[in-house]
Design a protein around this ligand. Sequence first.
Ligand code: NAD
Length: 351
Amino acid sequence: MKTILITGGAGFIGSHVVRLFVTKYPEYQIYNLDKLTYAGNLANLTDIEKAPNYTFIKGDITDAKFVDDMFAEISFDGVVHLAAESHVDRSITDPMSFVMTNVVGTVNLLNAAKTAWAGNFEGKRFYHVSTDEVYGSLHNPEDFFTEETAYEPQSPYSASKAASDHFVRAYSNTYKLPVVLTNCSNNYGPNHFPEKLIPLMILNIQTNKPLPVYGKGENVRDWLYVVDHARAIDTVFHTGKLGETYNIGGFNEWKNIDLVHLLCSIMDRKLGREAGTSAKLITYVTDRAGHDLRYAIDAHKIMNELGWQPSLQFEEGLEKTVDWFLANQEWLDNVTSGNYQTYYQGMYANR
Ligand code: NAD
């Protein structure tokens, strides 16, 4: 029997991690702590919300007292920490909320775990989920990020995630807290909030809106299906070596513009439109400030040492993703009502 805290479990990746842990480990008690920001949505978890081994706790990781009280009340064996402000564009307009949640929130959780576990670390584990963006941008086409690549974060988002990674390692070094970290490439799949590239394009193609592509669309990202990330998190949580970092990626690099063209052709086919119809909606907009050119992950360590590998080819994953969005119109309508419209206008109206 294990009692596990998953933070940010109502978000995009967190909901897939919660579902995997709740269904795969009925003998575990899974607690999902989430503030339910604009990105948190309990509708992501309706299929497992009544499971006897699942409990939702609404709360804010920036509130140290709340976090301490929760750790005093519930005896956690492990923490899988995903709660974060996660969107680079929002970090450019509001960096402080990223410092608060990503840095202060992470340190609050580290402190609470350190106090609750009080030096008795047998069977305990604090797992911090992070991003490849902490490594900065690659300029040489042959280069990949490895676990040894020096941190060079370029956006307020990646700076806040880098700071949180450093705190997690510092707690391991200073207080011997049993930690493990992963840095993953861009995820895509069901439940992805439509401020991010792939769901935004699917939504706008569907509704015949312009498809805003930053700069010339030359930026390169490595894409991984979200369920494969959740599988990797399960693997590292259970078999990763304490104190280690593992990079997670799909060896699947795409230029943004090529990805958008691929999505357009899939959507034309799914919606019964003439080939080339959706691509006419592509609109180049002023580039994101400080936009990193290329991210690419070398995931050999987790593959060779822990035996994880991605299960889906990209085209297959994209088809599944498009099918999910087309079948879940109500989910999309709910998350794009209200504040989403204000955000969208602010982002793209004058570019
Ligand atoms: P998300 O924005 O979809 O979800 C974040 C969740 O955290 C939401 O449910 C939100 O309500 C919750 N949250 C935010 N602030 C909180 C607070 N103060 N207290 C409690 N809960 C709070 O993010 P995501 O894309 O699912 O990313 C999850 C984690 O994975 C993040 O740590 C992110 O840095 C990391 N990551 C994301 C990607 C990606 O491609 N999305 C890639 C690599 C790593």
